[in-house]
Design a protein around this ligand. Sequence first.
Ligand code: MN3
Length: 204
Amino acid sequence: MAFTLPLLPYSPEALEPVIDAETMRLHHDKHHQTYVDNLNKAVDADSALQGKDILQLIRHVSTAPKAVRNNGGGHFNHTLFWSLMAAPGRGGQPSGALKEQIDRDFGSVEAMQEQFNAAGAGQFGSGWAWLIWSGGKLQITSTPNQDNPLMDVAETKGDIILGNDVWEHAYYLKHQNRRADYLKGWWQVVNWSEAGRLFDRVRV
Ligand code: MN3
C-alpha cells in the first residue's frame, strides 16, 4: 500500500495574501511529495511496517526507523495542515463547543492565540505549534522537526485541534526571517469549521 500526495483542498493562490501561491506550490508539490516518497521507501524496505495506515505508523514511531518518524510525521502533519486552512474569510469563526472550551481554558480566543504564537516563535529551529485536547482540557504545545502530539515520543501528548508549520519553508519567501509575522497572519486563514469538527470528534 503506497502512500500518495493528497490534493490541496483549494488552489495555491487561495490563501493569498497571507500565504503566497509560490510558497504553497513548493510546500505542497515538492516538500510534501518528498515526505510521501521517502515514507514509501522506508515502508518498502521493512516488512514489519507494511499494511499499516499512517496513524498506526506515527503512533508507534519509537519502535520504527527514524525515516518513518520524519517522513510519516511529515506526511501526516502536512495532510492535516492543508485541511486546517481556508481562504481568508472562508474558514469561519471559533464557535460551538470549541469556542466554549477555549474560553474556559484560556480566558479568550485572543489569549489562546497569543500562547499559540509564543509556542511557535519559541520552537527553536524547525517544528510545529499545536492546540491539543489532552487530559480534559485544551493545551498549547510545540514539537521539533516533523514530530506531533500523537506520537509515542511526544513530551506532551493529545489529540490535535490545530497545528501550524513553523519550518522556514512555510513562510520564508514572503516573510523571510519574520516568523512572528507569519504566525500572527496565519489566523486569517485558519479553517475554524474543521478545527471545530476535530474537537467535536474527540471531546468526551
Ligand atoms: Mn512544511
